[in-house]
Design a binder for this molecule. Sequence first.
Ligand SMILES: [Mn+2]
Length: 300
Amino acid sequence: MTFFDFGETIDKNTEFVFFGIPWDFLSSLKVVDSARAPQKIREISENLALTTEMGIEIPKLKVVDLGNISIEPVNIEKNIIEIVNFVKSIYNKKKEVIPIVVGGDHFCTFPVIKAIGDSFDNKSEFGVLIFDAHLDLYENYDKGKYSHATVSHRIFDLDYISKNNFLIVGTRDIDVPELDVAKNEHITHLNAYLLHDVGIDAFGDKIIDFFKKSNTKSIYLSIDIDVLDPSIAPGTGYAIPGGFSYRELWKILRKLTKNLSIVGFDLVEVSPNLDLPNNMTSNLAAKLIIELISFISKSK
Ligand SMILES: [Mn+2]
């Protein structure tokens, strides 16, 4: 039994729908194997105890695991359509469910956000929050316009995404062309060091205030595992120092879910082949996902 397999079909009681996107072709690094992460994280969760840190019994959370989306790694356009259709098929079964996605490289986030954003009748209520060491704002990178390093740019290009409902948090490895895009488009990003300058509470408030200011009520959250410090999450392609601790991110997420409505989230860029032999990064990922599910469940 894993954290995520308490049922395999969506019914009227389902609150969360878990699925994997085993796709890492659009990573710019050859050494990663994040396509393996969805399965690895499920396996790891089998060995973890079945209560959350706040004492919630995990089997009582209504999470259905739909398995992995079928992916043809090099067939980019087909995969985008496949992922968008997969998410839409979930909403066709039940509109009020929260998709939980495990990648894959960070590009997997784009089609998921497109599907979720497109499903909103009132698109002005929808916003995107990204936790990442990087801006991922290149116009083109590596294989072209679709890359894990262009994903934020592609999300920003969506009609209903603007500087008012799009925020990147935890950055600390930014290239000059990306900074130019951020400046020209007035895209807000909160650098990782700021958390230590102002403290966790004030940092969390900054995120909440950003979305409240524009009246953005429904937030999709994307977590690149490299937002965490590589000392606790070494199993990822870019090991950038100065990231958040597990507890810092946990506290930020707990606060966010009390103040904003989360309509879906993903966790990407875990690379099992770069992890330590005790699988500490996949372990952390499994833990983080279930804690976040319990926060969202509690806030509903
Ligand atoms: Mn990223």
